[in-house]
Structures are given as structure tokens and as C-alpha cells.
Design a protein around this ligand. Structure first.
Ligand SMILES: NC(=O)c1ccc[n+]([C@@H]2O[C@H](COP(=O)([O-])OP(=O)(O)OC[C@H]3O[C@@H](n4cnc5c(N)ncnc54)[C@H](O)[C@@H]3O)[C@@H](O)[C@H]2O)c1
Length: 264
């Protein structure tokens, strides 16, 4: 399929969605495929990743899927090998997986702290660790790690483990950009803002609050006066995955409607 990613192979970790509609990873996988990439979609949730695969195939794209828990090195190594065996290479690694747990450092459960670092930080590290040797061998590649604006600003919600684990992703990505730039690998971070996704809606509903009320209050602080969507994230990922960003690496780029540009 022709397009901005024609001929490329993309491995998308966390390509399912936490509920019906468009999560960030699902939207990225679908847009990459629509732009010509052959997509290898991975998730721990078999049904969710199968939905992504079918959506892509229905639109005429190429997609295979597999399940893995990104915090388990052997499982990540296995899906990386399967992607290379099926498609011959990996040009783009998109690390979307991220989970949340609430609490300041005095309130967060210690097991939640460990779990978030295992999935959010270690999970993205493992994917990079197993993919980079293939990228080095083939002469280059692109890594896109998904973080949050909460890793660089306190947003008024105390999610200490989440914020810190995503800050680790930012620092790791800078290191990858410097260490592997000479090998032709670019690595950048997307700082996701307040998006209207199934994950966000589920979190608000689980807290017993009305989604519309919460979104109305959020959007008062967002300069562009709307919630973001998974497609806003996907369009930035497409830019970072393709040659239009050929001289951009080691960057942390917000997609947040201007939220962190404000001081209050
Ligand atoms: N939605 C927002 O408002 C928002 C804001 C800031 C950052 N983010 C970031 O965006 C990313 C996710 O967004 P989304 O809307 O796609 O969420 P999502 O929950 O819909 O999708 C994430 C996918 O990751 C999968 N997953 C979870 N743990 C896994 C594991 N251990 N191994 C493999 N797969 C696993 C889930 O099954 C799910 O399909 C995360 O990195 C999150 O931190 C989202």
C-alpha cells in the first residue's frame, strides 16, 4: 500500500484499546497501516488486539497480531522475533503500553509502584532492548515512546508512581537517542495530554464521576478548549515515524492542546 510509511514495518506494543472506540495505540496502529506500513500489533489482551487487526484488514491494510505482557522479557523477545520472521525487519517501534494507579508517595501502594515501573518503564525498555539490535543490523529505525505531560508537570492529580515511571521513559529515550543516533536510530517521546479515550472515560466512571462534567472542567484549562483524541496522538506518531521528522531525535513533544504552556 502506498503512503507516507509505504514499505515500512511497524511493531506497535499496546495496540488494543481498554474499551470500545479508539485508544491511542489502536489509532496509531490503524493510521500507520493506512499510510502503508505493515503492522505487527501486540497486546496482553487477545480480544482487544484482534479487534485492531480486523479493523486494519477491513480497511485494506496489513496487520498481524500477537499477545505478550511487555513486562516479561522472554515474551517481548518472542514477539519481536515473530515480527522479524514474518515481515523481515522492524522500521518503527511504537511503545504505547501504560497503566495507572493513584496516590502521592505516602498513599500509593508499594505493589502499585513496583507494577507501574515494571509495565511502564521496564516494559518500554524491554521492547527497545530487543528491537534495537535488529535496527542496528538493518542500518536504522525509529522508536516512539509514549509518555504523559504529567511526567514533566504536576497536573493537580497525585499519581506519583505513574508520573515517575513515565519520567523514566523520557530519560531512557534521551539515552537511546544519544547512544544509537550514530547507528541511524531516532528515538522520541510523545507527551500525551488529556485525551478522550476509553481508558480515560473508564477511570472517571470508576471514580464515580460523570464524564461530561469532568471534561467540561478539564477543557477550561486547555488553551484549545477541547479534549484531545487518540487520532491527535496518532497524527504526531505518524510524523515521528516518517521521514518528515528525519532530523528530530531525543525530543519530548507534547500533544496537549497547549495545556503545559500555561502556568495556571
Ligand atoms: N488517555 C489519556 O488521556 C492518556 C493521557 C496521558 C498518557 N496516556 C498514555 O497513552 C498510553 C495508552 O493510551 P491508550 O488510550 O491506548 O490506553 P489503552 O489502555 O486503551 O491501551 C493500552 C493497551 O495496552 C495494553 N496493555 C496494558 N498492560 C499491558 C502489558 N503489561 N502488556 C501488554 N499490553 C498491555 C492494554 O490491554 C491496552 O489494550 C499509555 O502509555 C498512557 O500512559 C494516555
Amino acid at each position: 500500500m502506498a503512503g507516507r510509511l509505504g514499505g515500512k514495518v511497524a511493531l506497535v506494543m499496546g495496540a488494543g484499546s481498554s474499551g470500545p472506540g479508539w485508544g491511542n495505540g489502536k489509532a496509531v496502529a490503524a493510521l500507520f497501516a493506512a499510510e502503508g506500513a505493515r503492522v505487527f500489533a501486540v497486546d496482553r489482551d487477545l480480544a482487544a488486539v484482534a479487534l485492531t487487526r480486523e479493523k486494519i484488514r477491513h480497511a485494506g491494510g496489513v496487520c498481524s497480531d500477537a499477545i505478550a505482557d511487555v513486562s516479561q522479557s522472554a515474551e517481548v523477545a518472542d514477539v519481536v522475533s515473530r515480527c522479524v520472521a514474518e515481515f523481515g525487519r522492524i522500521d518503527i517501534l511504537h511503545n504505547n503500553v501504560g497503566i495507572v494507579a493513584p496516590g502521592s508517595v505516602t498513599r500509593v501502594k508499594e505493589e502499585d509502584w513496583e507494577k507501574l515501573f515494571a509495565v511502564n518503564a521496564r516494559g518500554q525498555m524491554l521492547a527497545c532492548r530487543h528491537v534495537i539490535p535488529h535496527m542496528v543490523e538493518q542500518g536504522g529505525g525509529v522508536i516512539i515512546n509514549v509518555s504523559t505531560i504529567a511526567s514533566v508537570r504536576h497536573l493537580g492529580f497525585s499519581y506519583s508512581a505513574y508520573d515517575a515511571s513515565k519520567a523514566a521513559v523520557n530519560a531512557m529515550t534521551r539515552g537511546i537517542a544519544v547512544d544509537f543516533g550514530p547507528k541511524g536510530i531516532r528515538a522520541n517521546v510523545i507527551l500525551v495530554g488529556m485525551m478522550d479515550t476509553p481508558l480515560a472515560r473508564g477511570g472517571i466512571e470508576a471514580a464515580g464521576r460523570a464524564v461530561d462534567d469532568v471534561y467540561t472542567s478539564y477543557t477550561k484549562s486547555i488553551p484549545l478548549r477541547r479534549m484531545g483524541t487518540a487520532h491527535d496522538v496518532a497524527r504526531l506518531a505518524l510524523f515521528l515515524a516518517g521521514d518528515d521528522s528525519a532530523y528530530i531525535t531525543g525530543a519530548e513533544i507534547p500533544v496537549d492542546g497547549g495545556l503545559i504552556a500555561r502556568s495556571l
